[in-house]
Design a protein around this ligand. Structure first.
Ligand SMILES: Nc1ncnc2c1ncn2[C@@H]1O[C@H](COP(=O)(O)OP(=O)(O)OP(=O)(O)O)[C@@H](O)[C@H]1O
Length: 787
């Protein structure tokens, strides 16, 4: 398959960029405990309460410690490494041969089976060996006549020091930032491999050099993170002769995720534990920033995160294999691992968000690059003309022009880089501030409700790291700002020189192009920057609006009172959920606030299973649908859009979105795509997978539920005119289609969306907070002039 086609295909599989699999190992011969883990439907993991004495009453009153989670894949104790590989990993490996990056890492507490899963045994080879087998198979079957080279390196990170596991007595290795290759480990041995046969041997050799300790939980517990990197270099012969494509696959066997205190360690081991956890925390942050560029100025980025940067960012595919033990005495570790893996599912949302901005960014970049290369070509032509006719332009003049052209080009490039860095910094800071708010919420919730000292301490430590990052980023931003000012000064000087030369020199065309080139470069950069700032301002204003709502509600006012109070002052107060559809509708849409469901703490927001607010939904009413599809019909349909997203969900009962015609069946249909105001059409839409009539359809009305797996795992989008999905009962919405975006409960048989954590049952404690302001170092020129 051509690389281009592969990319097209892989974009459609974008939502598979991050997947979570859980693998439960069998009880070992030494373990005498009870098996408390059950795997259902290849996706669900049920952890039973280790306390057998809990009775039926405890169970129905939800007092047991039984926990249930759903993942992309779940494997029980009878699954072999090959089973795990075939279902969850194999499809990813094909991408590596086509030049994509992928990271597969095993996460779990000590003794849960990480090394077994990654390395395996002769009878049950692990993911490292199986992946290499596939790579060689694919290369053998490739009929493109391209040349391939496969190399492996194997390193460990122990206490923030890097060692080469393929070297007998490796010293400490250093990380280097290479402008072409990104982050590299200086002096790391990279072995050319021609077949997968040797790899298990090499891995075993490497593993025997890993730092292991006997902890209370595991006799030979790995105290380090081990990274096997397989690099596939493909030299193309036909499509783009001699173009080299590199795909990297990182297979990571992390150190045990248990807390230092849990392994009963002290001294050196305690320090190991701290470093292991620091790396894990950073890895989690890095994964959370998936799809983003490397963020500048983070206070400290641990080695493991830096090493894995390429494989965790951009459009790399990442698979997390969470390993658990079925033993009852491992209950806490098992639940902690599953909770962490469950949280990792949120990463998909980030990917979607960053993909949208990534697409915009790529479009701008492409336009800019095309323009720049056109002008470069013109410049080169003019230069060759000048060289060909030296009598018309003396040598010193040509060299002066060359220098001027070179400096102009550097000045433009520097400006682009600085603006890009500043934008990235702003994005990092926004994310940091958002996380800070979440942490404040979580700390408040812990202090008020659950009062778990250890959790509060961990949250506060994380809070401090974020605060440090914000401070460092602010300082860095001021530095960038100064560099931009210097760049601007140089730009003015260069412009003066060009203007002067145009006035005095006959070679006007050349200088004119140079000037145009410089101007276009700057204009493009500024446009890009302006767009990013605009996005940020819109985002910040929404945040500020939300914060103000929280603030007002924490003072004991409910929404109705706030709206009335505003009306008395002649101020129109918009609902917190309200977001004007960008350029699509001028009418203000406000949900019916007199509805008795919307009392002060019961916002029409859904909460996910951890109690955090799930991505906001954006309801659109029937009027909006009619605007786009004026054909009179009784079939309800609705469009809705998530906040900060430009694409819309279309949900209908038996109506196609494109032709506004009856679908072949009377099933609920749901699509994801873009609305066009001009043509009033729904473009580039694609149907959402496996929509089905669910138990929510009880009302007999059009409550369509679409599995949004491609977009955000486990989230569902739907609509109804007479059905309240939160209460699980029929209700009267006065004929208005209600757009809902939420998560399904674990038990699909329940007929409520998110019944366990619906807004009526778990309100998030009110938190006084101040509106978020733009960081002070945002380019003040844009702030003043444009907004
Ligand atoms: N699927 C499995 N089938 C049989 N035995 C297994 C399986 N998974 C793990 N084991 C056994 O469980 C024990 C612990 O496994 P392993 O060393 O892989 O754990 P680990 O998570 O890497 O631990 P640590 O973090 O302490 O290094 C080993 O004896 C291993 O052989």
């Amino acid at each position: 398959m051509l690389v281009r086609e592969y990319w097209k295909k892989s974009f459609s599989q974008l939502m598979k960029l991050f997947e979570v699999a859980v693998k439960c190992r069998p009880l070992t011969a030494r373990e005498r405990g009870r098996d408390i883990v059950r795997v259902h439907n290849d996706k669900e993991v049920l952890v039973l309460d280790p306390d057998l004495s809990k009775d039926y009453l405890d169970r129905i009153q939800n007092r047991t410690k039984e926990r249930k989670y759903t993942f992309d894949y779940a494997f029980g104790p009878n699954s072999s490494n090959l089973d795990v590989y075939k279902r969850s990993v194999r499809s990813t490996i094909a991408g590596v041969v086509q030049g994509l990056n992928a990271t597969i890492f095993a996460y779990g507490s000590t003794g849960s089976g990480k090394t077994y899963t990654m390395v395996g045994t002769r009878d049950d080879p692990g993911l490292m060996v199986l992946s290499l087998n596939t790579i060689f198979d694919l290369i053998e079957k490739d009929n493109s006549s391209d040349n391939f080279q496969v190399t492996c390196s194997y390193l460990e990170v122990y206490n923030e020091v890097i060692y080469d596991l393929l070297e007998k007595s490796s010293g400490h290795l250093e990380l280097r930032e290479d402008p072409e290759q990104g982050i590299t480990v200086a002096g790391l041995r990279s072995i050319k491999v021609n077949s997968a046969d040797r790899i298990l041997e090499l891995l075993n050799l490497g593993n025997s050099r890993r730092k292991t300790e006997s902890t209370e939980v595991n006799e030979t517990s790995s105290r380090s993170h081990a990274v096997l990197e397989i690099s596939v270099t493909r030299k193309q012969q036909k499509e783009y002769p001699n173009q080299v494509i590199r795909g990297k696959l990182a297979l990571v066997d992390l150190a045990g995720s248990e807390r230092a205190s849990e392994t009963n360690s002290g001294g050196q081991k305690l320090r190991d534990g701290a470093n292991i956890n620091r790396s894990l925390l950073a890895l989690a942050n890095c994964i959370n920033a998936l799809g983003k560029q490397q963020k500048k100025g983070l206070a400290y980025v641990p080695k493991l995160t830096r090493i894995l940067k390429d494989g965790l960012s951009g459009n790399s595919q990442t698979i997390m294999i969470a390993t658990i033990s079925p033993a009852d005495n491992q209950y806490h570790h098992t639940v902690n691992t599953l909770k962490y893996a469950d949280r990792a599912k949120e990463i998909k949302t980030h990917i979607q968000e960053s993909y949208d901005s990534y697409c915009n960014y790529m479009r701008n970049q492409f336009a800019l690059q095309t323009e720049v290369s056109r002008l470069r070509k013109e410049l080169a032509e003019k230069e060759s003309q000048l060289n060909a006719k030296p009598e018309k332009a003396p040598d010193d003049e040509i060299s002066w022009l060359n220098t001027l052209s070179q400096e102009t080009s550097e000045n433009v490039q520097e400006r682009i880089n600085l603006q890009k860095a500043l934008i990235e910094l702003e994005e990092t800071n926004l994310r940091n501030r958002k996380e800070l708010q979440h942490l404040d919420d979580a700390i408040a919730k812990q202090q008020v409700i659950e009062n778990d000292g250890a959790v509060v301490q961990a949250l506060q430590a994380r809070r401090q790291v974020i605060l440090d990052n914000i401070r460092d980023n602010d300082e860095l931003g001021v530095g960038y700002q100064k560099e931009i000012e210097a760049n601007e000064q140089r730009r003015c000087q260069l412009q003066d020189m060009i203007d002067e030369a145009i006035r005095n020199n006959g070679n006007k065309t050349y200088l004119g192009i140079l000037s145009q080139y410089r101007l276009l470069g700057i204009t493009n950069t500024e446009l890009q920057f302006e767009m990013a700032i605009r996005d940020q301002i819109i985002y910040s204003q929404r945040e500020a609006q939300r914060n103000l709502w929280n603030l007002l509600m924490s003072l004991g006012l409910n929404e109705k009172q706030i709206v009335e109070l505003g009306a008395k002052q002649g101020v129109t107060v918009e609902d917190i959920q309200m977001t004007t559809p960008l350029g699509l509708s001028n009418t203000t849409h406000t949900p019916n606030m007199t509805d008795e469901r919307y009392t002060s703490l019961t916002r029409p927001t859904f909460y996910d299973q951890s109690g955090a607010i799930s991505p906001c939904f954006f309801p659109q009413d029937g009027e909006f649908s009619t605007r786009y599809f004026p054909v009179e019909t009784r079939k309800p349909r609705a469009f809705f859009r998530e906040e900060h997203h430009t694409s819309y969900y279309y949900v209908s009962h038996g109506l196609s979105p494109s032709a506004n015609q009856q679908c072949c069946s009377n099933q609920p249909s749901s699509y994801y795509g873009a609305l066009d105001q001009q043509t009033r059409g729904f473009h580039n839409s694609f149907p959402l997978k496996s929509h089905h009539i669910s138990p929510y359809d009880e009302s007999g009305d059009a409550w369509a539920v679409a599995n949004r797996k491609e977009v955000n795992m486990n989230s569902y989008v739907g609509m109804s005119s007479t059905w309240d999905p939160c209460k699980g009962m029929a209700t009267n919405h006065g004929g208005i289609n209600q757009g809902i975006f939420g998560r399904l409960p674990v038990e699909e048989s329940s007929n409520k969306v998110n019944s366990q954590h619906s807004y009526t049952k778990s309100p998030i404690p009110a938190r006084p907070s101040v509106p978020h302001m733009l960081p002070s170092h945002v380019n003040s020129k844009f702030k003043r002039e444009k907004f």
